[in-house]
Design a protein around this ligand. Structure first.
Ligand SMILES: Cc1cc2nc3c(=O)[nH]c(=O)nc-3n(C[C@H](O)[C@H](O)[C@H](O)COP(=O)(O)OP(=O)(O)OC[C@H]3O[C@@H](n4cnc5c(N)ncnc54)[C@H](O)[C@@H]3O)c2cc1C
Length: 467
């Protein structure tokens, strides 16, 4: 089915702002524009296959059961009441005709006209053609992945507890390997380690000493966002918790959970680790959807922009009515601090660029004033490594241990969009502090029909059924 349509309540499509993606950038662009655009008879339309924005920095805490999964997402419909929300994927943009094609999960397709388009489709996990990775690995970009990771680790502990002590299968079930020593990877493996130790403490059939955590990093150091000295402290901290840290090491194959590790850069064989859980957090790449939007891309697949956040054409001239920001965009970093001259992909830039873009888009529409250039000095970064542990560098101040962990919580509590979500997250943290993490395994959410099907497949006898 294909149609050009607009709901009656949003009738003026000629002044529509179409926002492609409802993550950090999409949510904040819509929040900043919805009232103004509506007041002038137009509409902001936000399209995303997920009906919520995901607060990704808190995914490691979902993976460890410190936070309830639904509490780290922000519902588009609830918090964008003056925005037309469409749950679907933008599959093509014809900017010359100001027309976008949208597809819902069930295949229903829709064409929408617009005046301005804001491309905010973010990034996906960066992967490489490694045999077995797609089948055996799991990323950490979505709340579903975080929840699955949590359940998998807990389910494997239960499974291992029934296997003979010392058997290879038991060792493998209790081995968790993380590939990628950036912020997300280290936060995730440390949070999982905290959770797994708590789960094992409640299970007399498994000894904490049997748990094995391995962090694999292709570079010679971890966490490029902090100083070399702090990165070294992080490695020592992980090792003090029994996490093996393999630097200058990469994953060559993961077929059936047999992980072939190689030394970098020569890729000579290093060692083999068998693990049932393989977490992959080796960076991000611009959303592949960018290729279908018809705008020029840089060699890394990002949509090229100028500092006013307008998309550039092949001659580096801004395209009227076309805007981009966040992880999918190559935005020049005017502070001179970015990688290769461009802003790095992080939430700090995404939120600020979104607000900046909204102001520029409105200025361009209303003809009021010049478009301002985006310039933001990095404030630093702070990471949580499980209860009372962390590291950070904020405004030049180096932190580690409990102070870093506290600032991490304070920062993310404050940065979580909307009061409704802040309250849920703060309540979860308070409950976890008082009651401990929730280590209840709920793997069956992945097979919700199993319980019913098992009884429906073998119905009760006629006499019982006839009662
Ligand atoms: C585990 C983890 C921890 C992190 N921790 C930090 C941190 O501590 N500090 C920090 O600054 N940053 C952190 N980041 C990075 C930060 O989350 C991202 O930089 C930020 O989300 C980028 O915002 P965005 O709007 O560009 O993309 P996203 O927030 O990823 O949103 C993109 C949206 O576009 C949607 N989309 C994709 N394709 C389409 C399409 N074709 N049509 C419609 N919609 C589409 C997606 O569904 C998604 O909702 C972390 C990331 C991860 C994964």
């Amino acid at each position: 089915m294909s149609s050009t349509s607009s709901p009656s309540s949003f009738s003026d499509t000629s002044s529509r702002v179409l926002v492609v993606g409802g993550g950090y950038v999409g949510l904040y662009v819509a929040l900043n524009l919805q009232k103004k655009v509506a007041a002038h008879g137009g509409v902001v339309t936000l399209v995303d296959p997920r009906p919520y924005m995901t607060y990704q920095p808190l995914l490691p805490e979902v993976a460890s059961g410190a936070l309830e999964a639904r509490h780290v997402v922000v519902s588009h419909r609830r918090h964008l009441p003056q925005t037309e929300v469409i749950t679907g994927t933008v599959t093509a943009i014809d900017h010359d005709r100001r027309l976008a094609t949208i597809q819902a999960a069930d295949g229903t397709s829709l064409e929408l006209g617009y005046q301005d388009v804001v491309v905010a489709a973010g990034a996906v996990t960066r992967t490489f053609p490694i045999p077995g990775l797609a089948e055996h690995g799991i990323g950490l970009k979505t709340v579903e992945e975080a929840l699955t990771l949590r359940n998998k680790v807990l389910e494997r502990i239960e499974h291992a507890s029934l296997l003979p002590i010392g058997s290879p299968a038991r060792a493998r079930a209790l081995t968790i390997v993380g590939v990628g020593g950036g912020f997300a990877g280290i936060e995730a493996i440390t949070e999982l380690e905290d959770m797994a130790r708590q789960a094992v403490a409640a299970n007399p059939r498994v000894d904490a000493e049997e748990l094995r955590f391995v962090l694999v990093e292709a570079m010679g150091r971890v966490m490029p966002e902090v100083t070399a000295e702090q990165a070294q402290w992080v490695v020592e901290h992980l090792r003090s918790r029994g996490i093996e840290v393999l630097l200058d090491t990469s994953l060559a194959a993961a077929v059936d959970g047999v992980l072939e590790l190689v030394n970098m850069p020569d890729r000579s064989p290093a060692r083999t680790v068998e693990a049932d859980t393989l977490l992959w957090t080796a960076g991000v790449q611009a959303a592949p959807a960018a290729r279908h939007f018809g705008f020029p891309l840089d060699p890394r697949g990002r949509i090229t922009a100028d500092a006013t956040l307008r998309i550039l054409d092949a001659q580096d001239r801004p395209i009227a009515g076309a805007w981009v920001a966040g992880d999918i965009a190559a935005v020049p970093d005017l502070t001179g601090g970015g990688v290769g001259g461009y802003c790095v992909p992080n939430a700090q830039h995404a939120v600020r660029q979104a607000k900046h873009l909204a102001a520029n888009l409105w200025a361009a529409r209303s003809g009021n004033g010049r478009l301002a250039e985006y310039k933001h000095h990095n404030l630093g970064a702070v990471a949580g490594f499980g209860k009372h542990k962390g590291v950070g560098k904020i405004l030049g101040l180096k932190l580690k241990g409990a102070p870093a962990w506290l600032i991490h919580r304070g920062y993310h509590g404050a940065a979580m969009p909307t009061w409704e979500r802040k309250i849920r997250v703060l309540t979860d943290w308070t409950l976890s502090a008082v009651l401990g993490r929730d280590t209840t395994e709920t793997s069956d959410v992945a097979t919700p029909y199993r319980a019913f099907q098992s009884v429906a497949a073998s119905p009760p006898s006629a006499s019982v059924a006839g009662r």
